[in-house]
Design a protein around this ligand. Structure first.
Ligand code: IPE
Ligand code: IPE
Ligand code: MG
Length: 258
């Protein structure tokens, strides 16, 4: 083993030793940002940044499996990302398609259930949508980890889609508007069946949600790290979980004696 590998693993060991296994987050959501800046700093095209970002997704998923975290959600493409140059959008769509094709067997072997949230029937290439349906179907019975990919996803679009479904039910006389509650509203969201995230990590240093899981993140702990997404790894994930474990979650109540 090289000195470098030894150092890396001892640092990871050190972080692992500090973890409180009783207070692990059940659901981690990630706003994967900084691919463009990562590439620019290296004099590479933004495509290389996204390619390197794909590797970071794989590393993070593996780390969550090792840490026995049951839910991981990643923001892959927002409803606003269509504003980017067509060549970048096309590259991202191809990359997603390739990733599904190349990772499907390993996802199955690792007991990963894939869910995809977003407007799947709107604007996305048909060949990608077909592969998305295939990965969802072929992994639907897996339970070790639920990996949700937000694709053509917008928090506002999701709430609008829920409102449309509710209004249609009410108009058809199947739903009494007074029966809508915070608990059952969730059933009309794309994330129905998945618990709300406990921790949301944003890489790339920005301090905004950019239309991500607006309903579900109401009480999540938010951590922003300056690390660019392609540089994210297990150690960064461990640092974020440790920071999460130092936070006091009050949910509007009062914990102290004052
Ligand atoms: C995030 O990285 C990836 C997507 C939004 C698809 P960016 O491409 O936004 O990276 P920056 O913000 O330009 O560095
Ligand atoms: C958020 O990143 C969307 C994804 C990670 C898919 P953006 O780079 O699109 O967000 P803004 O433009 O900085 O708000
Ligand atoms: Mg960005």
């Amino acid at each position: 083993m090289s000195t470098l590998t030894q150092n890396v693993s001892s640092e990871e060991q050190h972080l692992l030793a500090q973890l409180n296994r009783e207070r692990m987050p059940t659901h981690i959501a990630i706003i994967m940002d900084g691919n463009g800046r990562w590439a620019k700093e290296r004099g590479l095209s933004v495509h290389h940044g996204h390619q390197a970002g794909r590797e970071a997704v794989k590393r993070t998923l593996e780390a969550c499996l090792q840490l026995e975290i049951p839910y991981l959600t990643v923001y892959a493409f927002s409803t606003e990302n269509w504003r980017r140059p067509a060549s970048e959008v096309n590259f991202l769509m191809k990359l997603l398609e390739q990733a599904i094709e190349e990772e499907l067997d390993e996802l199955k072997q690792n007991g990963v259930r894939v869910r995809v949230i977003g407007r799947l029937n709107d604007q996305l290439p048909a060949s990608l949508v077909q592969k998305v349906h295939r990965v969802i179907e072929e992994t639907q019975h897996n339970r070790r980890l639920t990996f949700t990919v937000a694709l053509n996803y917008g928090g506002r679009a999701e709430i609008i889609d829920a409102a449309r479904k509710l209004a249609a039910e009410a108009a058809a006389g199947r739903l009494d508007p007074r029966s809508i509650t915070e608990e059952n509203f969730h059933e009309f969201l794309y994330t129905n069946g998945t618990p709300d995230p406990d921790l949301v990590i944003r890489t790339g240093g920005e301090m905004r949600l950019s239309n991500f899981l607006l309903w579900q993140l109401a009480y999540a702990e938010f951590i922003s790290t300056p690390i660019y997404w392609p540089d994210f790894d297990k150690k960064e994930l461990l640092r974020a979980i440790l920071e999460y474990q130092r936070r006091e979650r009050r949910f509007g109540g009062r914990n102290g004696s004052y």
